[in-house]
Write a protein that binds this ligand. Structure first.
Ligand code: BES
Ligand code: MN
Ligand code: ZN
Length: 488
């Protein structure tokens, strides 16, 4: 498990600046005006900070970006990071500034001279998120997570923002760890065990085993997992911080590894399919964040944990299976397995919890990656108000999301010769026909959003707020949606 770096706020003490070990951070606004603590740094370094700020390189920085003064004279610090940031910057620039700090933090002590700045929430968040590193399987890499101290003029007024950022970042770390974990470690059983550990922070967690899933009629989910040695499971996480209101349901695809099954995938890049449980990872991350920040909302998270393997017992193309809803599905392609898992747990979520809204998250299709690349997740919805609220929340958090269409015309391609529906349409609009498959399992009265995160759950290169690998996409957007729309 990846630990958050330790982070604290303390009173400004200018006399600590000269002797502080490790790294130091100062913020300088666009006009180059130094605040009190920056002036101290400048004096100690005999004007080096001013020379840095007057340089052409500094003027070329984007807001939130940094220059590094290495081994400055007159101070014990090993480096001073000079971040260009106005007093009133936008959240994106503040997160970028935080990321510049978090990126430098790796295993070291960092003293951040934040002066009179009071709203540090986005800086804290950027800092925590960019400090993440998945090192569990790197032997000898025990640098530690780093220790950050923000020197401010009013520490008390930053406490709540710090605790909030830590709770949400903890949820993001949890999601990222799950997504980064290889499939030989994160089996369905291990996944369920890690979710059961969330009981310690006040979530109700229930694990449904195969016998129970069979009783419930979840045959399409079971069919996906039947070729694997790892037993299929459904895990239900409940947070009841709200009143008597019906919950919001979050539903996640948790395919711990997707070989494609009998419709096997090509070898090149197949290793990426360890992230095919990204939807379940995001759901788990949100549930953890809600519990840690003691959210005043009722939210239930349901994940379907299966492994899609080719085997003598695996399902075949052409098989017909009955979903919990009762609809029969012709399995044309065993690699279109995510929808077979989701349709059963979405039906279960509605049957058991009669939710006020339902959001499913899934690394569902390669087609969404073709459509939107790695910048945006695809958002499909039957409810304008809920969809718009989500898009606003994701935009506020800087998590890319783009609305995609639904429509009967797309659903028509799913007509089966032998069953009620088949699990794939043709290649055109593959992400939309997948969404239309799911739509069939949504009751008319349930406001619903389907989010296809295949392009955003894990990235091949580092982004502003994450190193390469898992992003934890959606934990912050959904947490924000909950706080803005579902809290009592
Ligand atoms: N898990 C994949 C989708 C995926 C692709 C996730 C790339 C992340 C990155 C999904 O189960 C899948 O295999 N989808 C097929 C569907 C097809 C057979 C209709 C696809 O997209 O090729
Ligand atoms: Mn697949
Ligand atoms: Zn898959």
């Amino acid at each position: 498990m990846t630990e958050l770096p330790s982070m604290a706020v303390s009173d400004t003490d200018l006399d600590r600046i000269a002797d502080a070990q490790g790294r130091m951070v100062v913020f300088v606004p666009e006009n180059g005006k130094l605040d009190q603590s920056a002036r101290r740094v400048n004096r100690l370094t005999r004007g080096a900070l001013e020379r840095c700020v007057e340089s052409a390189r500094f003027s070329k920085l984007k807001e939130g970006e940094a220059l590094e003064l290495a081994f400055p004279t007159g101070m014990l610090a090993s480096a001073v990071h000079v971040i260009r940031l106005d007093r009133r910057a936008n959240p994106e620039a503040e997160r970028r500034a935080g990321a510049a700090i978090g990126g430098a933090a790796k295993g070291s002590q960092v003293l951040i001279l934040a002066g009179g700045r009071q709203k540090l929430g986005h800086i804290f968040m950027g800092c925590l998120l960019r400090a993440y590193a998945f090192t569990d399987h790197k032997t000898g890499d025990d640098e530690g997570a780093g220790e950050l101290t923000f020197m401010v003029s009013k520490p008390e007024s930053c406490d709540a923002d710090l605790r909030h950022a830590q709770a949400v970042a903890d949820g993001v770390y949890f999601a990222r760890d799950l997504v980064n974990e290889p499939a030989n470690v994160l089996t369905t059983t291990e996944f369920a065990t890690r979710l059961e550990a969330l009981r310690a922070i006040g979530l109700r967690v229930e694990v449904l085993e195969e016998d129970r899933l069979r009783e419930l009629g979840m045959e399409t989910l079971l069919a996906v997992g039947q070729g694997s040695e790892s037993p299929s499971k459904v895990v239900i996480m409940e947070w009841t911080g709200g009143g008597k209101e019906a919950p919001l349901a979050l539903v996640g695809k948790g395919v711990v590894f997707d070989t494609g099954g009998i419709s096997i995938k090509p070898a090149g890049g197949m290793e990426d399919m360890t992230m095919d449980m990204g939807g379940a990872g995001t759901v788990a991350g949100v549930m953890k964040a809600l519990a840690l920040r003691n959210a005043a909302a009722n939210v239930v998270g349901i994940v379907g944990l299966v492994e899609n393997m080719p085997d003598g017992r695996a399902q075949r193309p052409g098989d017909v299976v009955r979903s919990m809803k009762g609809d029969t599905v012709e399995v044309i392609n065993t690699d279109a397995e995510g929808r077979l898992v989701l349709c059963d747990i979405m039906w279960y979520a509605q049957a058991r919890f009669e939710p006020r809204g339902m959001i499913d998250l899934a690394t569902l299709t390669g087609a969404i990656v073709v459509a939107l690349g790695h910048e945006n997740a695809g958002v499909f919805s039957n409810d304008e108000a809920l969809a718009n609220a989500f898009l606003e929340a994701s935009s506020d958090e800087g998590e890319g999301a783009w609305r995609m269409p639904l429509g009967d015309g797309y659903a028509r391609g799913l007509k089966s010769r032998v069953a009620d529906v088949k699990n794939v349409g043709g290649r055109p609009g593959g992400a939309v026909t997948a969404a239309e498959f799911l739509h069939r399992f949504v009751k008319d009265e349930t406001p619903w959003i389907h989010i296809d995160i295949a392009g955003v759950a894990s990235l091949a290169s580092a982004s502003t707020l994450a190193p390469k690998g898992a992003t934890g996409w959606g934990v912050r957007a959904i947490d924000r949606l909950v706080s803005e729309r579902f809290e009592v």
